[in-house]
Design a protein around this ligand. Structure first.
Ligand SMILES: Cc1cc2nc3c(=O)[nH]c(=O)nc-3n(C[C@H](O)[C@H](O)[C@H](O)COP(=O)(O)OP(=O)(O)OC[C@H]3O[C@@H](n4cnc5c(N)ncnc54)[C@H](O)[C@@H]3O)c2cc1C
Length: 387
């Protein structure tokens, strides 16, 4: 396949020569360390721990975390280059997105001691991060969570369970959403930074068998008097959890948009290449007007999505991204991603249904984009409130 690029044929507005160099380096890293391992990771249901250390050495785990905390000192542009390159390679196993999200919670919401303790270890890959919000009984409606944290003699005792947690099997540090005051509604919710090592009250359940993204360790987690020191309540004050989630979720949703656009661009390119080569009825598929019209529509939509997400990236760099636009990016791009990939599968015919063809893998990997990070219906609720 030809080298993948921005669908507009021009560099994104936020790209610079330095970022082009980073893109080249990340692409080489992805080609050598990630692409050849996909099948093995799908079988074992998680990536190798060594990948995290290699990512740390490359400086891509916390690309937009300041150097004073061990990060690479870049901006969201640097992190976006990493996410785009993973998207262009079709990787859905490396949970670096969730890792970066947790680093941002700590950077923006944590105490100085929390930043100094955890960010360097997240940046160098010594620690892998996860965020545990969802529970068997509460996903979209997070107010319904039941996991509690009670103050014990030497720290919080956490009890309850979480499900669908990305990086759950490998995680060393989990930002766990708990009720520190079950009577106080939203004001009784806190985020605790739980270390999994030497924590007998913490247990990882199954790595869940998913439709796609099989190389990603999505897990059940169980807490039975799991220990969290008092100083590990995020931000140092109880009851801030909901406000912290509301502040940080736009970052997560923008990331989903960035990955989604890269996937759309990849799907288009794969399908253009296939339809130019595949022959039927004495002509290539691309010679048929239906194929050209479908791909023309996809290119138009991909271009609109690219221009929109580039603006979102610019605004995130400037610290000016709002919840409503992040919700638009998450819902609209993930819907488009699923629609476009489905149309591409159709143009591949039977080959589009064979997992040895990347477009088929993209089809099964994409579906969850409309569900996690907040279901798209929830995104529309958020957008509707701004009308
Ligand atoms: C692969 C994968 C990875 C995940 N990773 C993580 C993770 O790392 N950490 C984490 O905490 N969670 C994670 N999740 C959980 C994910 O965020 C939730 O699945 C999602 O928020 C939806 O919650 P739910 O599954 O409980 O669905 P429910 O809340 O039961 O909702 C089901 C459906 O009902 C509809 N719906 C719900 N509420 C409304 C409403 N108000 N208005 C209209 N329609 C509505 C929507 O269509 C929604 O999809 C992951 C999930 C998956 C599948």
């Amino acid at each position: 396949m030809a080298a993948l690029m921005n669908v507009t044929g021009k560099a994104s507005s936020w790209m610079t020569p330095e970022l082009e160099d980073l893109r080249d380096a990340v692409r080489r890293f992805v080609d050598s360390e990630i692409v050849p391992n996909q099948e093995r990771w799908r079988k074992q249901q998680h990536v190798d721990r060594a990948l995290w250390h290699k990512g740390g050495e490359m400086g891509i785990l916390c690309a937009d975390i300041p150097e004073q905390y061990g990060g690479s000192g870049g901006t969201f542009a640097h992190q976006s280059v990493v996410f785009e390159e993973l998207g262009y390679a079709g990787d859905m196993a490396f949970g670096i997105h969730v890792h970066a999200i947790v680093a941002h919670y700590i950077l923006n919401q944590g105490t100085e001691a929390q930043k100094q303790t955890y960010l360097p270890r997240l940046a160098n890959g010594d620690m892998i991060a996860a965020i545990a919000m969802s529970e068997p009984g509460a996903g979209s409606d997070l107010k319904g969570i039941r996991t509690t944290a009670v103050r014990g003699p030497d720290g919080y005792q956490v009890n309850g369970s979480k499900t669908f947690i990305s990086n759950g099997y490998l995680a060393d540090l989990i930002a766990v959403v708990v009720k520190t005051d079950p009577q106080a509604g939203a004001k009784g919710v806190s985020l605790l930074l739980l270390e999994t090592k030497d924590n007998p009250g913490f247990r990882v359940g199954r790595i869940l068998e998913k439709v796609g993204q099989k190389g990603q360790d999505t897990c059940e987690l169980f807490f039975d008097n799991a220990h969290v020191p008092f100083e590990n309540v995020l931000g140092g004050v109880e009851g801030q959890g909901f406000a912290q989630l509301m502040t940080e979720l736009p970052y997560e949703r923008t990331i989903l948009g960035v990955s989604g656009v890269a996937a759309i661009e990849r799907a288009l390119q794969l399908t253009v290449e296939h339809t130019r080569e595949r022959k039927a009825f004495g002509q290539t598929l691309m010679d048929m007007q239906n194929t050209r019209f479908v791909l023309a529509e996809i290119k138009t939509e991909a271009t609109i999505a690219r221009i929109f997400i580039d603006r979102c990236i610019e605004d995130t760099i400037a610290g000016d991204m709002d919840t409503v636009r992040a919700s638009m990016a998450k819902y609209w791009i993930s819907d488009l991603q699923c629609k476009v990939i489905d149309q591409c599968v159709q143009l591949f015919g039977g080959y589009g249904y064979m997992l040895e063809y990347p477009i088929a893998q993209m089809y099964v990997d994409a579906r969850v984009q409309r569900i996690y990070g907040g279901a798209n219906e929830i995104m529309k609720e958020i957008i509707a409130r701004s009308l």
